[in-house]
Design a protein around this ligand. Structure first.
Ligand code: ADP
Ligand code: NI
Length: 217
């Protein structure tokens, strides 16, 4: 029999698991991704329950915080979903979402695709854009003790990857290496439209930032 409390129980589980998570990946990130996902899902032909579970469990054990181990998230998700008597097809789909959601950029081969993954991936990317995206980027930079900006080490497209990585890049660089590229990677119409608005907001932020940096405004 289907578990009528599956989503509520998953919310409670994720909240408890992420109690001590850092600011960029805490419960509120998950809650925003869930809301973004539900919003995008309204215009898509999809299985809403898979979308909700994927959104809720997508960062359940981020490999960044587990010595690069990418198997923990799927394992934790499977064990939890089994306690909820979720069917195997649902569990496997949610795991595929967790394993394939991460931004890799460039030309890696996508091993799995589904509408539900497209939706949750867009929703996760939206949370890296706009006002929230800016806040998260500087929060991350502060956590790593990075400079806000340094005119001398701003992205130089002629640098080799090694040269670039050897620099402790200021947070503003992250806009050029990732955030401003996301609008062209969106999967869904709704995601793309919201991304364009949030993109413009970040462009305006950068204009203002440089103007203030130079004492012009
Ligand atoms: P996700 O887990 O959502 O796929 P990441 O873990 O890469 O994405 O990033 C989480 C948040 O931290 C995002 O908002 C991202 O922009 C920010 N972030 C990641 N790397 C950097 C960085 N080098 N400088 C500033 N912000 C970063
Ligand atoms: Ni995320």
């Amino acid at each position: 029999m289907k578990n009528p409390n599956l989503i509520q129980n998953t919310i409670a589980f994720v909240k408890q698991q992420l109690q001590h998570a850092e600011g960029g990946h805490d419960w509120f990130h998950i809650e925003r991704v869930l809301k973004n996902s539900e919003n995008i899902a309204k215009s898509e032909d999809c299985n809403l329950e898979i979308v909700q579970l994927g959104a809720l469990l997508h960062d359940i054990a981020d490999s960044k915080f587990h010595n690069g181990d990418e198997t923990i998230g799927p394992k934790v998700a499977r064990e939890f979903l089994e306690t909820q008597n979720a069917d195997e097809e649902t569990i496997q789909h949610v795991i595929n979402i967790i394993e394939n959601i991460s931004y890799k950029g460039g030309n890696f081969e996508k091993e799995f695709s589904s509408k539900e993954l497209d939706i949750v991936q867009d929703a996760d990317r939206l949370d890296a854009l706009g006002a929230i995206g800016i806040a998260r980027a500087f929060n991350y930079g502060g956590f790593k003790n990075r400079a806000l900006y340094d005119p001398e080490t701003t992205v130089n497209l002629n640098m080799s990857k090694e040269e670039y990585k050897s620099q402790v890049a200021p947070t503003i660089n992250h806009f050029y290496e990732k955030l401003l590229l996301l609008k062209d990677l969106m999967n869904t119409q709704t995601g793309k439209q919201i991304a364009l608005e949030r993109h413009q907001y970040m462009e305006d932020f950068l204009d203002q930032f440089y103007a203030e940096w130079n004492g012009e405004k």
